[in-house]
Design a protein. Structure first.
Lengths: 94, 140, 140, 94
């Protein structure tokens, strides 16, 4: 298992890249993390796996948009090996 | 041009964003203020962006502006990193044959950027504290 | 600053019109087009102004903008004389704490300038003819 | 009588300066003219005196605003010696 990867028990593990920005990056203490999850996992499962590691994440769930490979997706979006999942807190540009 | 940049935005370079033949150009510059909304003294801002999604969102916003307001040329540039007060954080240039389309497109672009572009801002205060600030216009 | 000028308007100088401490600046540039509204090829424009009344009208327009939109700093500069296509005829810079006031004031200023500032324009065509052109928005 | 002044018969002549712009400047063939008129004359009288000299002016009367000493005035505004009267055709700035 690569350094920094969070293990999720199950068969057929896949690895996704998690990007976090702004306050979520600070909470996770990393802008980028590799996450091992069970094949067939959905975005919501990945979130839960991250929240297990960092419980403070959960209060941000309703305000966080999640992009998979650059497109905003819902929590039931099914993940594939190598996907890039980005956690986007409320924006502040301009 | 749609870009996230780390170096200072030079207003004089924005002139180049005006499309040849157009009759009106509207530029918006966002500038770091020395006061937060609650009146606290701000020493600077830190911006970060999800860069590929930010630039593709800028391009999408420009496409939408053209659908709404007609043939408008848009340039959107946002700076990230550490910015001091008085520095330019964002520039939007809209040029069009006629001024109304340029005004409408420029305003649409900055409004939408603030609402949905994946860019985040941390306000740093003179007392050493700092806080992530979200836009009132936020999508969520 | 409210001015009628004979020399070219340099967009890079307009940066200086942004008031220190403001968070948003909106600039409008009017540019001489190579096509008239009826499609005729334009070789250039001649502008003339009743100068003292024009600059006092600019100042009045700025006062009105402040009454309507709040604390906004406005600069209005119009060039007169012979202008070629692609040259800037007018520049309006509005800066304010917040962008909405800057947008509203900039647009108000150029709309009112076109409607009522004592400035006249003769369109010169590629075929050597010329015609005085009045604005559609004209006061009368 | 000064060069270029247009005489209007009557007692107590006064002299006003007439400024013309745009197409009116071209019609009058002068950006600035001195006009001798009777004391007590109004802006409308000055216009008529100019139109006597240049009949083509009259078709522009309804589209012309007139300023006296920098302020827009009506045709019944009474003129005084030394007034500056500006003839303003429909504007085209911007």
């Amino acid at each position: 298992m690569r350094a920094g990867a969070v293990p999720v028990h199950g068969t057929h593990p896949i690895v996704i890249r998690v990007l976090a920005f702004g306050r979520l990056r600070e909470l996770l203490n990393a802008g980028e993390t590799a996450l091992d999850i069970r094949a067939g996992s959905r975005v919501g499962d990945a979130w839960s796996a991250l929240a297990d590691r960092c419980p403070a994440l959960d209060e941000h769930r309703s305000s966080t948009r999640i992009a998979c490979n650059g497109r905003i997706v819902a929590l039931d979006h099914v993940l594939r090996d190598g996907d890039e999942v980005a956690l986007l807190p409320p924006v502040g540009g301009g | 041009m749609f870009a996230i940049v780390r170096e200072p935005i030079e207003p004089r370079r924005l002139e180049e964003a005006i499309r040849a033949g157009d009759g009106g150009a509207v530029t918006f510059l966002g500038i770091v203020r020395g006061r937060a909304e609650d009146g606290r003294a701000v020493s600077g801002l830190s911006y970060e962006a999800f860069e590929p999604l930010a630039t593709s969102e800028f391009a999408k916003i420009a496409d939408e502006a053209r659908e709404r307001f007609g043939d408008v040329a848009l340039t959107i540039v946002h700076r990230i990193g550490e910015l001091g007060t008085g520095e330019i954080s964002v520039a939007v240039v809209a040029s069009a044959a006629r001024r109304v389309a340029a005004f409408d497109a420029c305003r649409y672009a900055i409004d939408e950027l603030k609402r949905r572009a994946p860019i985040w801002k941390k306000e740093r205060y003179a007392d050493g504290s700092a806080r992530w600030r979200e836009n009132r216009e936020n999508l969520l």
